[in-house]
Design a protein around this ligand. Structure first.
Ligand code: CAA
Length: 245
């Protein structure tokens, strides 16, 4: 379907569950892959397991300065990215009563500030070159809210606001910006939810199971292809029918 040969794709948080599947899928389509990491040991082990040769760069996407350093490192090694997948994110789940300012700040910084911090490094260059793809990974819980996730739901709802505004600014320059909102996918993040709570969540998914990371990666691969040039500012859900809108 896709031919991403000669394209450079930056996937933030590419060593995690969904990120890893996105890296593999875009590499399979011919893209050269670069990902950010925070845990060097994990990232090196991850890179060594790949069938291709990804670039890994240390970066806290919540820090603008770190992202500026990442830009220099990537551009020196590979040239500017044509594709950005803003995938890195964290949860700090707690009921509102138990939530702390620190929980709030960590999630807003990692999941929402990162959209600006990373995209701001590269999107202007994309518009100057006349082609680019930005895919922002949000969540079903940014669309419907979730018990214990005031921080995460706020950040993830903000992601799509960012998408819609940026999409309008760059649409005439060959750059599309879209949101993908996964439902509950079988990753470490979802497996960290207590088993009985997770079972209750799965019972609410019409398809009857958790999603697979590869099912999110397939959607991202389509959005970054030339075939998706007319799709911009959209929020595409992949949630097994758990939230329909
Ligand atoms: N709706 C209404 N009431 C609920 C509820 C819900 N969904 N969930 C729990 N409650 C009730 C409980 O029954 C309990 O009531 P009582 O005090 O009357 O017994 C009360 O609220 C407190 O619930 P917990 O015992 O669960 O409280 P806790 O402090 O031990 O745990 C929590 C709170 C950590 C938020 C836990 O409920 C939890 O893990 N919830 C799931 C949160 C979630 O969906 N996270 C998604 C992570 S994956 C992800 O984010 C990826 C993605 O994009 C989808």
């Amino acid at each position: 379907m896709n031919d991403l040969k000669n394209k450079v794709a930056l996937i933030t948080g590419g060593t995690g569950g969904i990120g890893s599947a996105i890296c593999d899928r875009l590499a399979h389509a011919g893209a050269r892959i670069v990902t950010t990491y925070r845990n060097e040991e994990k990232a090196k082990a991850w890179a060594a397991e790949r069938a291709y040769d990804p670039m890994i760069v240390h970066c806290d996407v919540g820090s603008y300065d770190d992202c500026s350093g990442m830009k220099e490192a990537i551009e020196a090694a590979m040239g500017p990215p044509d594709i950005i997948v803003n995938n890195a994110g964290i949860t700090r789940d707690a009921t509102f009563k138990k939530a702390t300012p620190d929980h709030w700040r960590q999630v807003i910084t990692a999941d929402l500030d990162s959209m600006f911090n990373v995209s701001h490094q590269f999107v202007i260059g994309m518009t100057e070159r006349g082609w680019g793809r930005v895919v922002n990974i949000s969540s079903i819980n940014g669309q419907k809210g979730a018990f214990g996730q005031t921080n995460y739901s706020a950040a993830k709802a903000g992601v799509h606001g960012f998408t819609m505004a940026l999409a309008q600014e760059v649409a005439r320059k060959g750059v599309t910006v879209n949101t993908v909102s996964p439902g509950y996918i079988a990753t470490e993040m979802v497996m960290a939810v207590r088993e009985e709570v997770r079972d209750q969540i799965i019972a609410q998914i019409p398809v009857g199971r958790l999603g697979k990371p590869e099912e999110i990666a397939a959607l991202v691969a389509f959005l970054v292809s030339d075939d998706a040039a007319f799709i911009t500012g959209a929020n595409l859900s992949a949630n097994g029918g758990q939230h329909m809108h």
